[in-house]
Design a protein around this ligand. Structure first.
Ligand code: ATP
Ligand code: MG
Length: 396
């Protein structure tokens, strides 16, 4: 199309949802429109099981592809050329397409992969492929066909009125469109793990809200800015979300004054879960999400996780539970949160770190220790300290 560049969006798993397919596709189109809304003149529509994006030629291709590839539910993206579905037109377009590949990329070998989705088109798919192969070879004798390891595959997608030509399928993240799977409350620290956990749940279509605990003035403003920066990075994938920031210091001080030192970590974690659940209920979240990982630290042994869960009735999602640290780090690097996560700012958990945290807490002894605390009053004090931020405001 004149003055426009075309991009084909394939939706992988979304396409598998039979009866729900139109709903998932609509959500996906909505998300694509949302992430590209700062650009003028973009047309995004569903056309016979494909999502087709037409954008002004002047718009930088890399920028647009990056934005669209962050939309969950998008499996692959192909920049494409369009032409009318007619054999002469397809031949001319294929020659122009390959000329450009030879001139700019020095391509020497290719093959053609044709698919006729319009069965009324008079030429079959294999016949289209061999005819186009012939005309391209005639036009460029320096080219040769390599069936097994071609430098380029010229894909022809022949449809009812217009056909598409492309040679790239750029991988995106896959998953399901945001908003198709409820809403979850993520416990977002400044560490490596919880941003990855948030990303993975959002990738399955879950909207997010977040809670962050700090121990100001023991933890600094900079530590909070770091969490806002992480939320900002996440919002490129997860959309805009709210972060409830809570001062946990009065809770930590009460525990330190009244309870055994080795139970500090687990008691604090139970408070985090209690408070997170209250905010989750207020904000229509149906589950809690943490970055916990089996056995990683004292508070994440099997026993500690059971004692942590005991305090809430909402399901707790731990998408990293069985991953190795290396895998988690790789994911954090891939999504771009790692560099921020490793900035050296103190976390509220490190403020009252016990010398020997209990690794095998028992629920009976933890409940006994909690009798020494005024749980409701402490929870109320913590909630009164709440400040709410949105993930799109950062220190930068
Ligand atoms: P992370 O890298 O996500 O901080 P971690 O390996 O440091 O995780 P912990 O500090 O034990 O592990 O925390 C386990 C989980 O508890 C975190 O992944 C996060 O979901 C939640 N959490 C811990 N600290 C905080 C905090 N200050 N604010 C909000 N949530 C927290
Ligand atoms: Mg941490």
């Amino acid at each position: 199309m004149e003055g426009k560049k075309t991009y084909l969006i394939r939706c992988g798993e979304v396409a598998l949802k039979r009866t729900n397919k139109p709903y998932f596709e609509r959500m996906l189109v909505e998300r694509l429109r949302f992430v590209t809304k700062s650009h003028k003149g973009i047309d995004i529509r569903r056309e016979d099981g494909l999502i087709v994006v037409r954008a002004p030629e002047a718009l930088d291709e890399k920028t647009l592809i990056k934005e669209m590839s962050r939309v969950f539910g998008v499996d692959t993206i192909s920049p494409a050329i369009e032409c009318p579905s007619d054999m002469d037109e397809l031949e001319a377009a294929s020659i122009a397409f390959m000329r450009q590949r030879i001139e700019t990329d020095g391509v020497k070998t290719f093959k053609v992969d044709a698919k006729r989705s319009d069965k009324t088109f008079p030429v079959t798919s294999p016949a289209i492929a061999s005819r186009i192969g012939e005309v391209v070879l005639d036009a460029f004798p320096e080219l040769s066909v390599d069936i097994h390891t071609p430098e380029r595959i010229l894909y022809l997608h022949v449809r009812r009125e217009r056909s598409f030509l492309f040679d790239e399928k750029i991988a995106a993240f896959g998953g399901l469109p945001l908003g198709t799977n409820g809403k979850g409350m993520v416990l977002l620290s400044g560490g490596i793990d919880s941003p990855v956990a948030a990303f993975l749940m959002a990738k399955r279509g879950m909207l997010l809200e977040a809670v962050h605990f700090h121990s100001y003035p023991y933890t600094s403003e900079r530590a909070l800015e770091k969490v806002k920066d992480l939320a900002f990075l996440l919002s490129a994938y997860c959309g805009k979300f709210k972060i409830h920031s809570i001062n946990l210091l009065p809770v930590q001080e009460a525990i330190a004054a009244n309870c055994p030192e080795d139970e500090m970590t687990i008691l604090v974690r139970r408070f985090m879960m209690r408070i997170a659940e209250i905010i989750a209920l207020e904000t229509d979240c149906m589950m809690l999400i943490t970055g916990e990982n089996l056995g990683q630290v004292a508070s994440q042994t099997a026993e500690a996780l059971v004692v942590t869960d005991h305090v809430v009735s909402m399901p707790v999602m731990r998408p990293l539970i069985a991953m190795d640290k290396v895998e988690i780090i790789e994911k954090a690097q891939e999504i771009g949160t790692f560099e921020t996560s490793i900035l050296p700012h103190e976390d509220c958990c490190t403020v009252f770190l016990p010398r020997h945290p209990k690794t095998r807490p028992r629920i009976s002894e933890i409940l006994e220790s909690e009798k020494k605390l005024d749980i409701d009053a402490l929870t109320t004090i913590a909630l009164e300290s709440r400040k709410v931020f949105v993930s799109t405001s950062t220190s930068r």
